[in-house]
Design a binder for this molecule. Structure first.
Ligand SMILES: [Zn+2]
Length: 152
């Protein structure tokens, strides 16, 4: 008998929101940025942010030899939104390139790291983020991805 995968305890607490055509366009923008600029180790993740004015800002992960100096793609995209746009985040998404030894060669949506969750919540507490839950893409309020944020 194959053991059943345990159900996560908080599944029923996740407010699921369906993706719109604009959300799929946001994912496509992140994919396009990564397809164009992917470099193993140096640029392996891309992000796209849609601001409240509807404009899309893309960013690339910047890998560094000293790992802690690496910069996430979401931060680069948000910097562009701040400098050249209205500085808001309505929805954000990140996609990653497969690792060299992975069989599946598709770009895939990835959840924001903890630091990016903090950054998005700090600057856009009402933002939503597109994430992949098993094999389903869903859009969640950033607040649900960081229920107890750091506060000083
Ligand atoms: Zn991050």
């Amino acid at each position: 008998m194959i053991p059943r995968k345990p159900k996560r305890l908080n599944d029923s607490l996740l407010p699921e929101v369906g993706l719109t055509d604009d959300d799929h366009a946001l994912i496509a923008a992140a994919n396009a940025a990564l397809e164009r600029h992917y470099r193993p180790f140096w640029h392996t993740v891309a992000a796209a942010i849609r601001s409240r004015d509807g404009r899309i800002w893309t960013g690339l992960h910047i890998g560094t030899t000293v790992g802690r100096l690496a910069v996430c793609a979401e931060a680069v995209a948000f910097g562009r939104a701040l400098l050249d746009g209205d500085g808001t985040i309505q929805t954000a998404v990140a996609v990653r390139h497969p690792k060299p030894d992975e069989e599946n060669r598709e770009l895939a949506v990835v959840s924001p790291c903890g630091a990016c969750r903090e950054m998005i919540l700090d600057h856009a507490p009402d933002a939503t983020v597109i994430v992949k839950d098993t094999n389903v893409l869903i859009k969640l309020p950033i607040r649900t991805l960081l229920p107890l944020p750091y506060r000083r």
